[in-house]
Design a protein around this ligand. Structure first.
Ligand SMILES: Cc1cc2nc3c(=O)[nH]c(=O)nc-3n(C[C@H](O)[C@H](O)[C@H](O)COP(=O)(O)O)c2cc1C
Length: 358
């Protein structure tokens, strides 16, 4: 008999029992010595909350809005590429789980399902963008996302090139033939499927198609190009947060890409307070990298975030039980957060953001 999942973290073992080692490594891995990957957890674990007592609260309500969208939790699912690698339904399955949980799903530009089919599920959908050498492809996807009813654009700014992910390089990692970047056309996709000793096919593809010179001028162009709310993901420096506000961002995501880009980058939870201080409520501040349970969400709120993105745990859920497995992870997260809010004396997200953290 398989063990029941009792917490979000249990989903990792459940996924590891099912996924091939190379795919598990692709998901779990960080860059280089994985110092930032580990530091993300250590920084969250080092945040201690000061609960309030005798508040008379019988229920806590984790509902909120994120970039103008109602959400049952202060949580959106982080953009993660190629989800058909872990489950045949891929992003369509993840959208079913997001819909059931009542939270937004951020669809990766490198989705393995077409945006129109994912949107048809009816979850709140935001489209993530990388910056490609072929700007025509970026514009085309923006137009498709608008037409499909996406509610925000999320520009990821921490991948001018791919971090050195040694696990993938050692595994000569390549995508299975049936999994590809469904929203991009072009001949470069062949690189994704080419196993090469000592190199990652995903990195080869990324470095071929991404524009390495993304700048604030491109952010300004995107802001002009679409009326959708703009979320800028991958900010750690307060000065960059300030510029993001000046460039009309509705939200920023304080993120080091789950420790997958610059190894040695500051943990997100460490960077968050100074960013919130600089932004002074002029845009929403979300956090990702290392969120593994309801207490982590509460920690992020107490440090000043409006919400978080959930990364790897959502994929573990999808891998271990398909859409139902992902929904189960999200329902555990909701349960953990609601219980933690109650234990801390917080009736709602606004009061959680006033909780003291040490
Ligand atoms: C397998 C995988 C694929 C990812 N693909 C993308 C992507 O396509 N676009 C993006 O902006 N971030 C991507 N990320 C980064 C996540 O959006 C998020 O920043 C990170 O996973 C957060 O860290 P966590 O997994 O520790 O919660 C990916 C992360 C993983 C683990």
């Amino acid at each position: 008999m398989t063990e029941p999942l009792l917490c979000v973290r249990d989903a990792e073992q459940a996924a590891a029992r099912i996924l091939p080692a190379g795919i598990m490594d692709f998901i779990a891995g960080g860059s280089e010595a994985e110092v930032t990957l580990a530091a993300n957890r250590a920084a969250l674990d080092a945040v201690f909350l000061v609960p309030r007592v005798l508040t008379g609260i019988a229920h806590s309500d984790p509902g909120t809005t994120l970039a103008g969208c109602r959400s049952a939790l202060p949580v959106a699912i982080a953009p993660m590429s190629y989800q058909r690698m872990v489950c045949p339904e891929g992003e369509i399955g993840m959208a079913r789980a997001a819909k059931e949980a009542g939270i937004p799903l951020i669809l990766s530009m490198m989705s393995s399902c077409p945006v129109e089919e994912v949107a048809a599920v009816g979850a709140t959908l935001w489209q993530q963008l990388y910056w490609l050498r072929d700007r025509g492809l970026v514009t085309e996807l923006v137009r498709r996302a608008e037409a499909a009813g996406c509610k925000a654009l999320v520009l990821t700014v921490d991948v001018p090139r791919m971090g050195r992910r040694l696990r993938d390089m050692r595994n000569g990692f390549a995508l299975p033939p049936e999994v590809t970047a469904a929203n991009l056309r072009g001949p470069d996709a062949a690189l994704l499927h080419r196993p090469t000793a000592g190199a990652s096919g995903v990195a080869a593809h990324t470095n071929q198609v991404f524009d390495p010179s993304l700048s604030w001028a491109d952010v300004a162009w995107l802001r002009e190009t679409s009326p959708l709310p703009l979320v800028i993901k991958g900010i750690l420096d307060p000065a960059d947060a300030h510029r993001a506000v000046e460039h009309g961002a509705s939200a920023i995501v304080v993120s080091n890409h789950g420790g997958r880009q610059l190894d040695g980058a500051v943990p997100s939870a460490t960077a968050l307070p100074a960013v919130c201080e600089t932004v002074e409520g002029r845009c929403e501040v979300l956090l990702d990298s290392g969120i593994r349970g309801g207490t982590d969400v509460l920690r992020a709120l107490a440090l000043g975030a409006s919400g978080v993105l959930l990364g790897r745990p959502a994929l573990w859920g999808l891998a271990s039980g398909g859409p139902d497995g992902a929904a189960q992870v999200l329902s555990l997260l909701a349960e953990e957060l609601t219980e933690a809010m109650h234990l801390a004396g917080c009736a709602d997200v606004a009061s959680a953001r006033n909780l003291r953290a040490r």
